[in-house]
Design a protein around this ligand. Sequence first.
Ligand code: ACO
Length: 323
Amino acid sequence: MTNFSRIIGTGSYLPERILTNEELAGRVDTSHDWIVERTGIYERRIAAPDQTTCDMAEIAAQRAMETAGVGADDIDLIVLATCTPDRVFPSTACLLQERLGIQGGGAFDVTAACAGFIYAFATADNFIRAGAAKRALVVGAETMSRVIDWNDRGTCILFADGAGAVVLEQSDEPGVYSTHLHADGRYKDLLAVPGWVSPDYNDQPAPSPFMTMQGNEVFRVAVGSLGDVVLEALKANGLERSDVDWLIPHQANIRIIQAIARRLRLSMEQVVTTIETQGNTSAASVPLALDTAVRDGRVKPGELLLLEAFGGGFAWGSALVRF
Ligand code: ACO
């Protein structure tokens, strides 16, 4: 018997605080119109000062488990994607496991910046396919506001906080048709938070604890790589562009999303965008977009979803899913 995995529940969480473009324009040299025109973002959510990645992951995970109709005893694997963990270790997945009262199975973090959820999803899918897990909680959660230099107009306008989660369960039929992961470490310096666990910097200045990004270069490579990876997913499954019901992309920039929709010959009506009100929540953006579209009734059981994301590393990937 072949094992597949399928999504049996989704959930998400956004912090209450809304940060508008106007507020940012009061802080750095930018404007509401520039941000909307170049990124598609109108506003974004920012975590409260005492709120952590695990706090947001907990609520998103509870909501996903609730819609899946599963309890703590039913989960035998937690894979959590974040590049803004609560601690260096233990992993945020272990902190989340304790919060949710889950015991026994494996729990670990995956770090692939904005591609993190696709990496976590692919990992959990492969565990289930291999028969090593039956029911996995897959989470993307980020507090990007903590690694943003709020004086850098090239990054502070883009990033935001939030969490999304899915429950994946073993199934005789897909479910998840395929996942494809890629990385190219030669681009390590174009998008990074250079400082953290540090060597001895006694003789030299420590690297920045804030994000640095060469936005236009990232943009160029992202459009090419994502265009290729979505077509790779269809080809691997013998499917046509017209078979896709929904593109659920990482929410980095509306112009990147539009470019990928064009490569797939999809109208924007078939693309789930949340960037307008959520900004770029890194590893949380794909499960946040998925949960938003499930809850508002756009994504329905049986539809074919193409998930994709691109981020620091560079790391990128896709997942093709029958919902
Ligand atoms: N407001 C006003 N002007 C600005 C701003 C701003 N916030 N930011 C940059 N500019 C200026 C620049 O200084 C430049 O001015 P100049 O022509 O006088 O030099 C001009 O606008 C154009 O700059 P570009 O960087 O070429 O602008 P671009 O259209 O590329 O937009 C942006 C910048 C929005 C950052 C875009 O490049 C982008 O979205 N890049 C991709 C980001 C991304 O996908 N990241 C990957 C995932 S993130 C992760 O993994 C953590």
